[in-house]
Write a protein that binds this ligand. Structure first.
Ligand SMILES: Cc1cc2nc3c(=O)[nH]c(=O)nc-3n(C[C@H](O)[C@H](O)[C@H](O)COP(=O)(O)O)c2cc1C
Length: 216
């Protein structure tokens, strides 16, 4: 089903069928990679990664990552720099439509790296995922403990995304050190949303000593 505004929406292909690396290999090969080749990543790979994080996997709307009370407080944004078939810019993932909706134009990753306490290795990756959340519904149901649940959910979503990246022969690194307001400004978060983590993704650079298992 197309999302509301087709001019501002890129419908995503399904998660690539080639993402069949054994989970053991994906886990054993996961390392935080902070050096990236200046190569575009395929849109299919990005589609698989965002689907793994927050995709709808059940007819009743439940998603790839678990959520306390199935309330789904997370939002997933992509700050894209080099993704084939996706203009550079800020995009928000729509789990319901498996589509990306444009939220901002142009390459914003240098700004994002700046917001992440000048971690300028972020400049080189193909895209950065930003997981954010509106805690209200979860806190309404679970009280203060709901805040913890929302943080835990971000961990599940990022873990899924990272393992999918590995299964597709890509690398990733999580970033927790950033100024919330600055990241919120880059991504265009609403007042009631707070950023929880960043996940850089792309093809690891040649400098990486790679004794990991080969990728199919
Ligand atoms: C919650 C969290 C926040 C992190 N934040 C950063 C960060 O801001 N910058 C960074 O370079 N690495 C960050 N890391 C990555 C850790 O440094 C890394 O996981 C650790 O050195 C172990 O290496 P490995 O991931 O390759 O196994 C973070 C990891 C976690 C779990």
């Amino acid at each position: 089903m197309p999302a509301n505004d087709p001019r501002e929406t890129v419908e995503l292909p399904p998660c690539p069928a080639a993402a069949t690396m054994p989970v053991r290999e994906a886990i054993a090969g996961r390392r935080s990679v902070r050096s990236y080749a200046d190569r575009a990543m395929p849109l299919e790979a990005l589609a698989g990664i965002v689907w793994a994080a927050q995709g709808v996997t059940s007819p009743d709307g439940r998603r790839a990552a678990p959520s306390a009370g199935a309330l789904y407080p997370l939002s997933l944004h992509v700050v894209a720099r080099r993704v084939d078939g996706l203009p550079a810019g800020v995009w928000r993932y729509s789990p319901e439509h498996h589509a990306l909706e444009r939220r901002g134009e142009g390459d914003r990753r240098t700004e994002l790296a700046h917001a992440a306490l000048r971690q300028h290795w972020l400049d080189d990756c193909a895209a950065v995922l930003v997981l954010a959340a509106c805690c209200e519904r979860t806190v309404h149901k679970y009280g203060r403990r709901g805040e913890r649940y929302v943080d835990q959910e971000a961990g599940f979503a990022a873990g899924n995304a990272w393992l999918m990246a590995r299964a597709l022969g890509l690398d990733a690194a999580v970033v927790g050190a950033f100024v919330d307001a600055d990241v919120g400004g880059v991504v265009g978060l609403a007042e009631n949303q707070r950023p929880l983590l960043l996940l850089a993704v792309g093809a690891g650079g040649d400098a990486i000593p790679d004794d990991r298992p080969p990728v199919a």
